[in-house]
Design a protein around this ligand. Structure first.
Ligand code: NAD
Ligand code: 6OD
Length: 492
């Protein structure tokens, strides 16, 4: 496998006030497939972050601020057009940075990059406010209506696991609402972010509306951005611990926040489920993107009468998954994001054994006999036999691992599903309609899938409870977060 990275990605620069900006301090963008350096990334220092925020502030009252929502929507569609025209470059960027299968980058990451911008461009045009007519005891009539206004400058701090999807999931609604933004992508995935800045530039979006700063979190661009007094709101997707640090950073400014954080999601398989569909579904929900989706199921509960058969089928199906180069026909999993993350996942594999797990399959590193042996690959891994309080059952691993446990009763499994500090997503596999609805509504999470996983309608609310986040994005929930409303009360 050899990548030809688009020329734009041979040196990754910041994008501030409509210009691509190089800095003196660079870090390496490294391919997790074989450990080779792909490109230098120009790290933004506090002064450049400040320029980006100032540019975003100025742009609020420039041409962007005077545009109608229809004009902003046209701009966002134009950005989506550029992504579609340069689709293969975006795919190459996502694959190079993350080591994921090319097919996934095409069908999920870049596809959703386009869909996010187009969906929110269109939703913004039909966003409406409240309207109430009131008669007071005095007989006075009032008319109340709300107007939506932008929040101002949005800082968007993004993770590495679905880079383009996350950035556009926030940029679409933030911009259609009339805000401007400064985006900091993960230091692990600077390439598609740089291409996205090019798409904004090429589409003719006014300078300062979309700014991009590269760098790390603490002591770097991430911290400088979240602490900047010129930022009005922070939208963050990433680890719960990072969310806590950002919350402290924004506390003094009492800034609006929207947090999409970690998960330790459960899939529950009842004995009456469509067996083959459930096996296929749980394999997908556990190992897609090498388990690096916040919505992945790391805990699987299976009703006892089918437990042994289910574990055997999961083992067979998992061992048939192809792990390899992103462009190999039939490949299901590529590498993990980095060697550091691989070592974290492998430390949980060792811990699982110490905690008494039976390793049904995987638990180590695949060998290829070529340069991939220097990459960040981990075998898809299934454990059984862990206690509910084992760290591997309670902590988010964020890798291709799942623990399968038996259960006997509905109330018992609901209690065990909810016995976690996280509250992002869950899956229920059953053919009993009443049970499906009864069980789903008792999960303390933001999203439940019944007999499916990850299927999305972008108008639906998305987010988590407890350590999994604050607020909801998606559809009108995004428009509500990214806008400020003023109520106007008129005596009539
Ligand atoms: P992370 O928290 O390590 O990093 C996310 C971003 O925050 C990066 O851009 C990083 O540079 C920045 N950052 C780190 N510390 C910072 C600080 N102190 N101040 C400002 N910025 C800082 O997360 P990650 O490893 O990139 O992503 C994986 C995590 O994201 C997992 O926990 C996963 O569950 C979660 N995630 C959640 C969702 C969701 O929708 N709930 C979606 C995707 C990922
Ligand atoms: O599908 C989405 O809209 C979304 N925000 C997915 C996030 C997945 C987390 O890893």
């Amino acid at each position: 496998m050899s990548f030809s990275l688009p020329p734009a990605l041979s040196s990754l620069r910041n994008y501030v006030d409509g210009e691509f900006v190089a800095t003196d301090k660079c870090f390496d963008n490294v391919s997790p497939l074989h450990g080779k350096v792909l490109a230098p990334v120009h790290e933004a220092d506090a002064a450049l972050v400040d320029r980006a925020v100032q540019a975003a502030r100025q742009a609020l009252s420039g041409p962007w601020g005077r545009m109608s929502v229809e004009e902003r929507a046209k701009m966002l569609h134009r950005v989506a057009d550029v992504i579609e025209r340069r689709f293969d470059e975006f795919v190459a960027a996502e694959v190079a940075d993350t080591g994921r299968p090319v097919e996934q980058a095409r069908a999920l990451d870049v596809y959703r990059g386009v869909a996010n911008l187009r969906t929110f461009a269109d939703l913004g045009k039909v966003a409406h406010g409240d309207y109430f007519e009131t008669r007071l005891a005095s007989g006075q009539n009032l008319m109340n209506y709300t107007v939506r206004k932008p929040l101002g400058v949005i800082a968007s701090i993004c993770p590495w696991n679905l880079p383009l999807l996350s950035m556009t999931w926030k940029a679409g609604p933030a911009l259609i609402c009339g805000n401007t933004m400064v985006v900091k992508p993960s230091e692990e995935t600077p390439s598609s972010a740089t291409l996205l800045a090019e798409a904004f530039h090429e589409a003719g979006v006014p300078p300062g509306v979309f700014n991009l700063v590269h760098g790390f979190g603490p002591g770097s661009a991430g911290e400088a951005l979240t602490r900047h007094p010129g930022v009005d709101a922070v939208t963050f997707t990433g680890e719960s611990r990072t969310g806590a640090a950002i919350m402290k950073a924004v506390a003094d400014g009492v800034k609006d926040i929207s947090f999409e954080l970690g998960g330790k999601n459960a899939a529950v398989v009842f004995a009456d489920a469509d067996f083959d569909a459930a096996v296929e579904g749980v394999v997908r929900s556990s190992f897609s993107n090498s388990g690096q989706v916040c919505l992945c199921s790391e805990r699987v509960y299976v009703e006892r009468p089918i437990f042994d058969k289910f574990v055997a089928a999961m083992k067979a199906r998992t061992e048939a998954l192809k792990v390899g180069w992103p462009d190999e026909p039939g490949v299901f999993m590529g590498s993990l994001i980095s060697h550091e993350h691989r070592d974290k996942v492998l430390s949980y594999c060792a811990l699982a054994v110490q905690e008494g797990a039976t390793v049904v399959t995987g638990g180590g590193v695949p060998t290829f006999g070529d340069e991939r042996d220097n990459g960040a690959f981990v075998q898809p891994t299934i454990w059984t036999g862990l206690a509910d309080d084992a760290r591997c059952v309670r902590e988010e691993v964020f890798g291709p691992v799942c623990h399968i446990a038996p259960f006997d009763r509905e109330d018992e499994v609901i209690r065990r599903v909810n016995d976690t500090p996280y509250g992002l997503a869950g899956c229920v596999w059953t053919t009993n309609l009443s049970r499906a609805h009864r069980v789903s509504r008792q999960f303390h999470v933001g999203i439940v899938w019944i007999n499916t996983w990850f299927s999305r309608d972008l108008r639906t609310p998305f987010g988590g409870s407890k350590l999994s986040g604050i607020g909801r994005e998606g559809g009108r929930h995004s428009l509500d977060f990214y806008s400020e409303t003023t109520n106007i009360c008129v005596a009539i």
